[in-house]
Design a protein. Structure first.
Length: 135
């Protein structure tokens, strides 16, 4: 309600769009490159068998989150304001650093890694399974 009141209907779709794109683009590039490299290693191809998509997916999911996690923290703070303020993502990052230090950009990283490893392991396992069924 606060976003609608202060920023209108467009605010629901545009708030945090810049930080979201700054997180998503490099994250997915890292995600698919790391998975592609891992799944085609001799270890994955010769020793892991059906577990390869699970393990490579888990590792690529974690690898894609670590470098962009500080951007995700900033994006969340941008999106969690009442709206109507003129704070940019850059201003929020400076305030966060000045008030809480560098560690604030990594708060919650451990649960994110646990979730990412399970989520992306299952994603690539299902993808691999479906490709085997359909091809």
């Amino acid at each position: 309600q606060a976003v609608l009141k202060n920023e209108g209907f467009l605010g629901l779709f545009s708030r945090g769009l810049g930080p979201t794109l700054a997180r998503e683009v490099p994250s997915y590039a890292i995600y698919f490159v790391v998975y592609g490299l891992l799944i085609h290693t001799s270890v994955a191809e010769n020793y892991l068998g059906g577990a390869a998509p699970l393990l490579c997916g888990a590792m690529s999911g974690c690898a894609c989150w670590i470098p962009v996690y500080p951007i995700d923290v900033i994006k969340t703070l941008v999106q969690n304001t009442e709206g109507g303020d003129s704070s940019s993502a850059f201003d929020i990052a400076i305030d966060l650093y000045n008030n809480e230090g560098i560690g604030a950009f990594f708060n919650g990283l451990t649960p994110k890694m646990l979730r990412a490893s399970v989520n992306h392991a299952v994603t690539f396992w299902v993808y691999d399974f479906m490709m085997d069924v359909l091809v």
